[in-house]
Ligand binder design. Structure first.
Ligand code: SF4
Ligand code: SF4
Length: 413
């Protein structure tokens, strides 16, 4: 598309969690190899300016003219902090997700030594020394239990959503282990496997390889406990008329889901709305899936909600095309109905600015007085700022108080 791009990365390397995911479905390419290839492409493209260890400190302006203040070297390892400004026409947000971190004692986590999370397990596999046996925490592993939906599809907790990628990631991990250690027995304690689409093939492959799938009821989760030095997982199995199944295992892997990024700074600076699940919200899931209510700002990948790698890549492509369409147009269509303030009566209390869902109101100095000024390109004329203004200093074009009063009068007579 030929646009110039500033790629702002808060970490020291681009790629987010992808590099740590191991083999990506359908199990041919490794995440780290994908990141490596993309990194080389980015470095060799002179239209892309890559800024690592960098955070957004401030963002002003609107579509076509965003002024962003950046803070570099946030890790503080290479040189003292420095700041610089960039001016861009549109912003694409792809801040990713965090893995759910189980509470102490949740399925024995941090209380029983051999209970770990799926990301920790992937890390162990990645850094493992070659050998005939799989050794974890000085223990030879013969039996593994994966417990699914940890931090997702919660009955009691807040995370009601399915994290979409973790069933496939757990099954892929099991197949990776079996490839090297065919005698390891794997038990999958699931709430019902959701390997949608072609990922079903991996589910079938794992079943054929001897993995045992147990489906526990939503409200009766498995219990992990330790007895005489042995770790046991007990659950009722829906697939065999709620028969109680107990497995003695050497390792329990908690298949943890996705939660929104805990660093809320980008969302609050750009005033991006969030959904009930706390991920960023698009305007319409089907009709405008990557646009936000802030003109010129799109969202992509898992900052918007749980997605697999392919789904994230597709949403990023879609957001990139939309972003290009913002800057390539060269002109904007403004809303014919917008709000404006009366600078004589406004005393800047900030109430309207807080109420505006489009970040259209800012505090400005007009003839030596601080007042609310409404950005004509960002205002959507929604009227949310009007009722919160105690001094009635805001009006809408074509719907001024006088005009509305006249309409009511005519209707009443
Ligand atoms: S709410 Fe009214 S008085 Fe307060 S800053 Fe906004 S326009 Fe000014
Ligand atoms: S009319 Fe709506 S979009 Fe415009 S300034 Fe008021 S609250 Fe913001």
């Amino acid at each position: 598309m030929g646009d110039s791009v500033f790629l702002i990365e808060r970490d020291s390397m681009i790629g987010g969690k992808l590099a740590s995911l191991g083999k990506i479905f359908p199990g041919v390419v490794k995440g780290e190899d994908m990141v490596d290839r993309l990194y080389k492409e980015v470095k060799n493209d002179e239209r892309i300016t890559l800024l690592t260890n960098t955070k957004i400190k401030e963002c002003r302006g609107n579509i076509g003219d965003f002024k962003i203040k950046l803070q570099n070297n946030i890790s503080g390892v290479s040189s003292p902090d420095s700041e610089n400004d960039i001016n861009v026409g549109a912003i694409l947000v792809a801040t990713g997700f965090e893995s759910y971190s189980p509470n102490d004692g949740e399925f024995g986590y941090k209380e029983i030594n051999n209970v770990i999370t799926l990301p920790e397990f992937r890390e162990l596999l990645k850094n493992r020394k070659e050998g005939k046996n799989l050794i974890v925490k000085n223990r030879k592993i013969r039996d593994i239990a994966f417990i699914y939906c940890v931090g997702s599809r919660q009955i009691k907790g807040e995370n009601k959503y399915c994290s979409r990628y973790c069933c496939s990631a757990a099954i892929q991990s099991s197949l990776d282990i079996k490839e090297q250690f065919s005698d390891i027995q794997v038990y999958h304690f699931t709430k019902g496997v959701r390997t949608y689409g072609a990922q079903e093939l991996k589910y079938a492959e794992a079943s054929r390889s001897g993995d045992i799938f147990i489906q526990f009821p939503d409200k009766e989760e498995p219990v992990v406990y330790s007895e005489k030095g042995q770790t046991l997982v007990k659950a009722k199995d829906i697939l065999s008329s709620k028969k109680e199944i107990e497995a003695a295992v050497d390792l329990v892997v908690l298949v943890t889901g996705m939660v929104p990024d805990s660093d809320k700074s980008v969302g609050s600076l750009l005033k991006l709305p969030r959904g009930r699940d706390n991920f960023f919200n698009e305007i319409h899931m089907k009709l405008r899936p990557v646009e936000t209510v802030i003109d010129g700002i799109t969202i992509a990948g898992t900052c918007q909600g749980p997605k697999g790698v392919m789904e994230s890549a597709n949403s990023a492509l879609s957001a990139a095309v939309k972003t290009h369409s913002f800057v390539s147009k060269g002109e904007l269509e403004l809303s014919p109905i917008i709000a404006y303030t009366d600078v004589k009566t406004c005393e800047w209390c900030g109430a309207c600015s807080e109420a505006c869902p489009y970040n259209a109101i800012s505090k400005s100095d007009v003839e030596g007085k601080m007042v609310a000024v409404i950005n004509k390109t960002t205002c959507k004329g929604c009227g949310m700022c009007l009722p919160v203004c105690d001094s009635d200093s805001i009006e809408l074009t074509s719907f001024t108080n006088k005009e509305i009063e006249s309409m009511i009068e005519i209707l009443a007579n």
